[in-house]
Write a new protein. Structure first.
Length: 113
């Protein structure tokens, strides 16, 4: 029973810290007049930032499965590059053809005060 309670406490602590960080980023963005956009991190470290193909992630390393690309490197670097790429795509006037979904269906923007 105590092991289960400990895992519940860890989950609450994680989400509490995560929500606090999200709130602070949103607050600072509004304060400084910078638009803050939440990007879903799902598949960002599994998608190649060079060719946008799903690759193979093994612990901290990433290998692109596209034979024409073949990029190999750090999975976290690849994931952060993908997040930056999506962020840049959102800022384009008409969106980007890099994204498979429309911009208005899944990207969350900070609430205006």
């Amino acid at each position: 029973m105590s092991q289960n309670l400990g895992s519940v406490v860890v989950v609450y602590l994680y989400y509490g810290i995560y929500n606090y960080c999200c709130y602070n980023l949103e607050y600072k963005g509004i304060k400084e007049g910078v638009e803050v956009i939440a990007i879903n991190p799902r598949y960002t470290s599994q998608t190649c930032h060079c060719c946008l193909h799903i690759g193979l992630r093994n612990n901290k390393s990433f290998k692109c499965s596209n034979k024409a690309c073949g990029w190999i490197g750090d999975a976290d670097l690849n994931g952060s590059s993908m997040i930056a790429l999506v962020g840049q795509s959102v800022m384009l006037p008409r969106g980007s053809n890099l994204l498979a979904c429309p911009l208005d269906s899944g990207l969350q923007k900070a609430r205006a005060v």
